[in-house]
Design a protein around this ligand. Structure first.
Ligand code: MTE
Ligand code: LUZ
Ligand code: MOS
Length: 764
């Protein structure tokens, strides 16, 4: 089944936030944000700005009727700065006027006097100064300290990974208007409609039932709209309430890049111990997360870093500690993988380090230590249906790994200014919100008496195809064709108390809730059919819009069945509620069974490095991925391709850069490079690992949103291997992204490349 949005997208008819028809009297707004990273605010002078024709009002914290507080996990973030600025780009006021243009003009006329305070941008410095968002946490299994002496090899080092700009194509935005009786409706581009509703109620001094949030779809979220779509929506809701006019905001790209948080940069120390044969006996990590200026989702991201700190490997003795370090950067937030990729990068760095010192390819160590059924994760869950070895073996066989190894070796022997590098990247990612209580969802289904079906769920469509999957669940459960089903917007009045569409769990949670609702209506229809056909309900099935008895079609058609049920006064509506069974986690012990299941896979990555220029091309990315029983192979394939390219971008080209004063330098697409069509791998081939799927996955089709991003980690190590082939004196460093500049320096590190003059200069 094709993605139900494909036609709308290519014809430009899909509705995004900025396509919503504007109402008469709509006002536009722009945020005035902090021009320094850390300071006391002495005075802000809005007088000139207010003189600009078309400016209606400038709203500050003083205008807030409720609480000036938007923190989700910890209440530590004001909507508008009051006396102090904590990051460059922090909102101070909302300028509201008759056009965005006049608001921008007014913004340039605002004068602010500040008194500088010390700026911290480095997480280790923040840690040393005890600037922590919350107490550090430690996951521990076995006792590493007891086994270091027994290890043949022990290596220690440092691994750093930089942040990542989400770069959703549709920037942040929202549109709010007042309805009757002071109620507010907000249309917004958010992954978390309930978070917007709750926070707007709090800031506006209203109750949640006064706020209706509606989301049609997002032009991408990638985690950047899990929490950080909220402030914009709340600001325009506040303006709409204060001014009794519809108010809209559509943040432009540079404002968005400057004001929003990103993937967390991490800096970590690791220690790894192995035996003679390369079995990892012990692993220890101290992980410093650069959280930015407020908590946002950082404690949850840090938690997932710990969950994934050993990736797909079984390590009997683990001690990993992570700290959320408060710096003066915009609060960092969810980004595809949610701290998992950062934790895995440290582990993969430790393995690459060990392999380098031991003079063997990293893949020998990786393969030896892959998780098997019955192995325990450091958090106490036991690996079941562990497909790590299966995926690796399948990839190795299908893509002829030994032939690739030979090909790379031969190429490197024959070429002097170009080298190839090979890396294998296994991935194991846990599915479920790590916070157990968030794993629930609801769906609302109406069957209209003409036989058409209306579906609402808590899932937000952001390009990942969740609406297509929801439609498939409804059509398959009822046995009707796709054109009978309509997926409505995500709306807090139809589906309440939702978790954000995140953690790759959107399709599982909402799909299961939808299945429950559809099955309940189906049960009633089976009864009606049984009565009408003088049969028993359990003998009735629905297929191809027809009622079957014991697999034999009858004359009773779907439309007639529905009409009969309606005339018998049978309810044709239902609300389904689903809460993932079996999962639990005890934070006091840091042990439990937090994940419904794990997703596995293996990528084989080959890169070719131009050793004169430091540039590189990814030739082949070959992946064996555990889809379970994919319910939509085209949608899922799109998720793999997008995820792996986004992961490679993070590891290679995308370089966030802040000055030490906390100003974002990579603040536009001219200075922040993401993979374009020339940078994506020449070949991405994806094969399905044949597995039974999992009962807790929707229709046994495993979650696919985030796991593929982590295949991109292999890009770093593939480049590193190419560099090693060129420069035997290179000492591996783990400092992502591996930009062409860094590659060039690595290629010549330790080599004499000074310009010689005189005889022989040309030859050298
Ligand atoms: N795919 C597209 N096209 N756009 C997105 O914004 N977000 C990713 C992933 N795939 C995203 C995407 C992230 S971060 C998550 S958590 C999942 O989709 C969320 O959707 P799901 O739970 O339905 O998989
Ligand atoms: N969000 C969240 C997430 O709140 N909890 C999670 O575990 C999670 N995981 C991935 C992405 N977003
Ligand atoms: Mo995704 S980081 O869970 O929005």
């Amino acid at each position: 089944m094709k993605n139900i949005d494909s036609h709308g997208h290519v014809t430009g008819r899909s509705i995004y936030l900025d396509d919503i028809p504007t109402q008469r009297g709509t006002l536009y707004s722009v945020v005035f944000d902090a021009p320094v990273a850390h300071a006391k605010i002495n005075h802000v002078d809005y007088s000139d700005a207010l003189q600009v024709p078309g400016i209606e009002r400038i709203i500050t914290h003083e205008d807030i009727p409720g609480e000036n507080q938007i923190g989700g996990i910890i209440p530590d973030e004001p909507l508008f700065a009051e006396d102090e600025i904590h990051f460059w780009g922090q909102p101070i006021a909302l300028i509201v006027g008759t056009s965005e243009h006049v608001c921008r003009k007014a913004r340039s006329l605002i004068k602010i006097e500040t008194e500088a305070l010390p700026v911290i941008t480095d997480p280790r410095e923040a840690f040393a100064k005890n600037q922590l968002i919350c107490p550090p946490r430690t996951f521990k299994m076995g006792e590493p300290d007891a086994v270091w002496d027994a290890c043949t090899h022990v290596f220690e080092g440092r691994a750093d990974s930089n942040g990542q700009e989400h770069l959703y194509i549709e920037t942040q935005g929202a549109y709010a208007w007042e309805m009757e009786n002071g109620n507010i409706k907000i249309a917004t581009s958010t992954q978390g409609p309930t978070a917007v509703q709750r926070t707007a109620a709090k800031v506006l001094g209203l109750s949640m039932h006064n706020i209706e949030v509606d989301v049609t779809r997002l032009g991408g979220g990638f985690g950047g709209k899990e929490d950080q779509a909220t402030p914009w929506a709340v600001m325009v809701a506040l303006a709409a309430k204060l001014m009794h006019r519809p108010v809209k905001i559509s943040v432009n790209r540079m404002d968005d890049m400057r004001m929003t948080g990103k993937r967390h940069p991490y800096s970590s120390d690791y220690k790894i111990g192995l035996d003679e044969e390369g079995h990892i006996l012990a692993y220890e990590a101290m992980i410093y997360q650069n959280s930015g200026a407020a908590a946002d989702l950082s404690p949850a991201v840090m938690e997932r870093t710990l969950f994934h700190c050993t990736n797909s490997y079984y390590v009997p003795n683990v001690k990993a500690t992570a700290a959320c370090c408060r710096t003066n950067l915009p609060p960092n937030t969810a980004f595809r993988g949610f701290g998992g990729p950062q934790g895995m990068f440290v582990m993969e760095s430790a393995i690459a380090h060990a392999a380098h010192e031991m003079g063997i390819p990293a893949r020998k160590i990786q393969y030896k230590n892959l998780l098997k059924d019955g192995d325990e994760f450091s958090y106490g869950q036991i690996a079941e249906h562990a497909n790590a070895v299966k995926a690796w073996d399948d990839a190795s066989r299908t893509y002829k790994l030994s032939a690739i190894e030979n090909e790379v070796r031969t190429f490197n022997e024959e070429h002097h200014t170009e080298k190839k590098g090979l890396a294998i990247q296994p991935v194991c990612f846990g599915i479920s919100f790590t916070n157990t209580q968030m794993n629930n969802a609801r769906a609302l289904v109406h069957v209209y008496h003409d036989g058409s079906i209306h579906v609402s769920t808590g899932a937000v469509e952001m390009g990942q195809g969740v609406n297509t999957k929801m439609l498939q669940v409804a059509m398959n459960t009822f046995g009707v064709s796709a054109n009978r089903v309509r997926l409505d917007t995500t709306n807090t009045t139809r589906v309440a108390n939702t978790s954000p569409t995140a953690a790759s769990a959107g399709a599982d949670l909402n799909g299961k809730a939808l299945e429950i609702a559809c099955t309940a209506i189906l049960g009633r229809l089976q009864k009606v059919a049984a009565e009408k056909l003088n049969s028993a309900p359990e003998r009735i099935t629905l297929k191809k819009e027809t009622v079957y008895i014991d697999d034999a079609p009858t004359e009773l058609h779907w439309e007639e069945l529905v009409m009969t049920a309606f005339s018998h006064r049978v309810s044709l509506s239902e609300k389904g509620h689903y809460a993932t069974p079996e999962i639990h986690f005890d934070k006091s012990r840091e042990k439990g069974h937090p994940f419904a299941y794990h997703v596995y896979g293996t990528a084989i990555i080959v890169v070719k490095v131009d050793c004169l220029r430091g540039r590189y091309v990814f030739e082949d990315v070959n992946i064996v991925h555990d889809f379970g029983k994919s319910m939509n192979t085209i949608v899922d394939l799109g998720q793999i391709e997008g995820g792996v390219v986004q992961g490679i971008g993070w590891m290679t080209l995308e370089e966030l850069s802040f000055t030490k004063e906390g100003r974002l330098l990579s603040n536009a697409l001219s200075t922040y490079k993401i993979p374009d069509i020339y940078a994506v791998p020449e070949v991405i081939d994806v094969k399905h690992l044949e597995t039974a799927g999992h009962e807790l996955a929707i229709r046994k089709s495993k979650a696919v949103g985030e796991p593929p991003l982590m295949y991109g980690l292999g890009a770093y190590f593939a480049i590193q291997n190419a560099v090693k082939a060129f420069n035997p004196g290179y000492l591996p460093k783990f400092d992502a992204p591996f930009t062409p500049e860094k590659v060039l320096l690595s290629l010549y590190e330790g080599k004499e490349i000074g310009v010689k003059s005189g005889k022989g200069a040309l030859e050298s």
